[in-house]
Every structure is written in C-alpha cells, then in structure tokens.
Design a protein around this ligand. Structure first.
Ligand SMILES: CC(C)(COP(=O)(O)OP(=O)(O)OC[C@H]1O[C@@H](n2cnc3c(N)ncnc32)[C@H](O)[C@@H]1OP(=O)(O)O)[C@@H](O)C(=O)NCCC(=O)NCCS
Length: 154
C-alpha cells in the first residue's frame, strides 16, 4: 500500500529561478545528474517542466516531452529526504494526467536497469516493461542498460 499524503502538493511550471535547487536535488539522487543546461534546454524546447512544491521548497520535478500522440517522461525526481512518502506517486499521477490532457495515447520512459525504486514506482502505476536498450546510460567505466517502459492511456 502506498503512503498517503497528509498535505496537498502544489504544482507549478519550472522557471530559471528553480534551477539551483533542482540541480542540488539532481546531484544527490543520481550518479549521473542532469546539468542546469539540460533543464534550460528542456524549457527552451517547450517540454513540460514542472515543479512539485512542499513547504515552500522544491520537493520534486518532472520533464515530459509530448508530440504526435506520444509522451516521453524524461525526468522524474523527488528530493532524497522526502522520498518514500508518496510524493513520487503523486508526481507521476500529475504526469499521467498531463499526458492525457495533451492527447497522448502512450507514455514512454527509460529507466536504469538497477533502479529498483523507479521500476517499482512505474509498475505500480501501470507501466509495462517492453524492451531493453543496451548500454544506454553512462556508468563509470562501463555502461548500463535501460529498461523501456510504456503505459497506454485510454
Ligand atoms: C523513484 C522515485 C521518484 C520514487 O519517489 P518516492 O517519493 O520515494 O515514491 P513513493 O513514496 O510515491 O513510492 C511509490 C512506490 O514506488 C516504489 N518505491 C519507491 N521507493 C522505493 C525503493 N527505495 N525501493 C523499492 N521500491 C520503491 C514502491 O513501489 C512504492 O510503493 P509502496 O510505497 O507501496 O512500496 C525516487 O526514489 C527518486 O526520486 N529517485 C531518484 C530519481 C529516479 O530514479 N527517478 C526515476 C528515474 S526514471
């Protein structure tokens, strides 16, 4: 059973003013974090970049690209101290609604094979594992496979 939130998270569009906080979270939750430039490029490209706020600060964020009836979830992260409280599920529900609102029929994403938390979160929300991209991610001297997941939206 997922944790139930005892507060209502607030969602707002990401802006340049968020990027220091976003990068700080990024560095703590990923071995190979996105840079400020990656987020700036995403906003400039018109991707859907959203902040989830908690207690006036950045609790998490997501980046989604929607085109031609397909949504691609490019980033979804929750600040380390706030994980395992249901926020990831809440943010993912927001992303699924957003994809529907923009007429996507399918959501795709890639997740590191070793990312048990991410894979479990997505599976819990109806994403199916549909393939593997070999050596997709940097991982020290080697590379790591990505699992591709999809969710069909009715
Ligand atoms: C993946 C992530 C977003 C989950 O956020 P979260 O707020 O901790 O998730 P929730 O509390 O809503 O948990 C929802 C479900 O996710 C799964 N989950 C979350 N953390 C987990 C962990 N450490 N181990 C195993 N499963 C986990 C569980 O299925 C959980 O359901 P449960 O509570 O019923 O067991 C968070 O761990 C994170 O930001 N990780 C770093 C960034 C990342 O890997 N993002 C995904 C990359 S594609």
């Amino acid at each position: 059973m997922s944790a139930q939130l005892d507060f209502l998270p607030r969602f707002r569009r990401m802006s340049a003013d968020d990027l220091v906080a976003v990068e700080a979270i990024e560095r703590t939750v990923y071995t190979h974090p996105w840079t400020i430039g990656n987020f700036t490029d995403s906003m400039d490209a018109g991707y859907h970049c959203w902040i989830m706020e908690h207690d006036g600060g950045v609790a998490g964020y997501s980046v989604v690209m929607v085109a031609a009836g397909e949504a691609h979830l490019l980033n979804l992260s929750i600040a380390a101290p706030l994980q395992r409280q249901g926020l990831g599920s809440e943010l993912l529900r927001f992303v699924i609604k957003l994809a529907r609102d923009y007429a996507a029929q399918t959501i795709y994403l890639e997740v590191r094979e070793s990312n048990a938390a991410g894979r479990a979160l997505y599976a819990q929300h109806g994403f199916a594992e549909i393939g593997v991209r070999r050596s997709y991610y940097p991982a020290g001297v080697k590379r790591e496979d990505a699992v591709t997941m999809e969710k069909k939206l009715e």
